[in-house]
Design a protein around this ligand. Structure first.
Ligand code: HSE
Length: 374
């Protein structure tokens, strides 16, 4: 396999290193805007020349972001090249276009590193669904948020201090919005649900609440009631109805999720035959992520293309109910649904997930967390 590598940042450099000693795949050209030189690959700013190079059969996209990653990946597929990417925003956003296009052009398209970094999550979902009905997917999919929440819970840090530490360690970006507002987890849930259930989820119907407004007093309230807060994605397919949402969620101490420390991920599927299977590991970072990118290249060499049949558009119906912890704004609707007080916050009676998220849209400074399903 001859590879054209797009990007030489955290992931790109890792891919270059992990393929360096291999005889079955070689990074032949690297598209990079910085002035670097590499012993075993040509570095260029000229992507069209890479596309035109007939000896390159596979493009690895490790640039991140939507543009120009989308244009570059689309052009690669059009040019008849296989594509491997770790870019969850790209695949979740352009799923309806890129997956059918790869099929039409007869090329392989894989993105295992897009969810769970170095965890073999999407590749195991692929194996899971050929044997059984996958009923549920989700879990802790964002290392940055887990690091912040864990630092607040175990070390007693405030939100700002925990975020600064995550930034100093290189987990969180200077602008942390994509992580702390749950967008990264949302992309990962949409992609996992598409593959697990063989559908194309309408992202506009998947609500998301992040951790930006959590405060030390929330963590105290949770501890007092024996809970640990995690940012969690949930995708459930039951009788043809999809529930899909991202929200802070409380776990009783002693549950596996409650014990996930620092920046680790814990992602779970529930299958009709296997029951619960959970996958724990590094969801980000140079070599974990590059590991799954190179695994995908090895699968492409074996002729293994995309994970599941491309399915039709599905809207989430989040009428299922949960009790919610809410601290911040109050109004008549919330008071009507109040069950008990936790410090300055309240806990609702069971309310529909979509109703609570609709309410939250009008009260954007408020922090919410779902209580465990009873
Ligand atoms: N920002 C992401 C995280 C990177 O913290 O998990 C991996 O997708």
């Amino acid at each position: 396999m001859k590879i054209g590598l797009l990007g030489f940042g955290v992931v790109g450099r890792g891919v270059y290193d992990l393929t360096a000693e291999r005889s079955d795949m070689q990074v032949a050209k690297v598209v990079c805007l910085e002035e670097i030189s590499l012993p075993d690959a040509e570095v260029t700013k000229d992507y069209p020349s890479v596309l035109a190079d007939k000896s390159i059969d596979t493009i690895i996209e490790a640039m991140g972001g939507l543009h120009p990653a989308y244009e570059f990946v689309r052009a690669a597929i059009e040019a008849g090249k296989n594509v491997v990417t770790s870019n969850k925003a790209l695949v979740a956003t352009f799923y309806d276009e890129l997956i059918p296009l790869a099929k039409e052009k007869g090329v392989q398209f894989r993105c295992t590193a897009a969810v769970g970094g170095g965890i073999g999550w999407l590749s195991e979902l692929e194996r899971a669904r050929r044997m059984q009905t996958v009923e549920q997917v989700g879990g802790i999919m964002n290392g940055t948020c887990n690091y912040i929440l864990d630092s607040m819970t175990r070390l007693g840090l405030g939100y700002d201090e925990a975020l600064s530490q995550a930034q100093a360690l290189g987990y969180a970006e200077a602008n942390p919005a994509t992580d702390v507002d749950g967008i990264d987890t949302w992309h990962k849930l949409i992609l996992s649900s598409n593959i697990a259930f063989g559908v194309s989820v309408d992202s506009a119907t998947v609500p998301v609440a992040g951790i930006r407004h959590i405060a030390a007093e929330d963590v105290c309230n949770f501890k007092e009631h024996g809970y640990v807060c995690k940012l969690v994605s949930t995708g459930i397919m039951e009788n043809g109805k999809l529930s899909a949402f991202v929200q802070p969620t409380l776990f009783p101490q002693g549950e596996p999720e409650a014990a996930v420390n620092t920046n680790y991920n814990l992602i779970t599927l529930v299958g009709s035959a296997s029951g619960r299977m959970s996958f724990y590991g590094q969801g980000a970072g140079r070599y974990p992520t590059a590991y799954n990118v190179v695994q995908d290249c090895a699968d492409v060499l074996l002729g293994k293309g995309f994970y599941s049949p491309y399915g039709g558009k599905v809207c989430a119906d989040n009428s299922l109910t949960r009790r919610f912890y809410v601290r911040g704004d109050r109004d008549a609707w919330l008071e009507e649904n109040k069950q008990e007080a936790w410090g300055n916050a309240l806990v609702t009676k069971p309310v529909a997930v979509d109703a609570l998220h609709r309410w939250l849209k009008d009260h954007p400074g408020t922090f919410i967390a779902a209580l465990p399903n009873e």
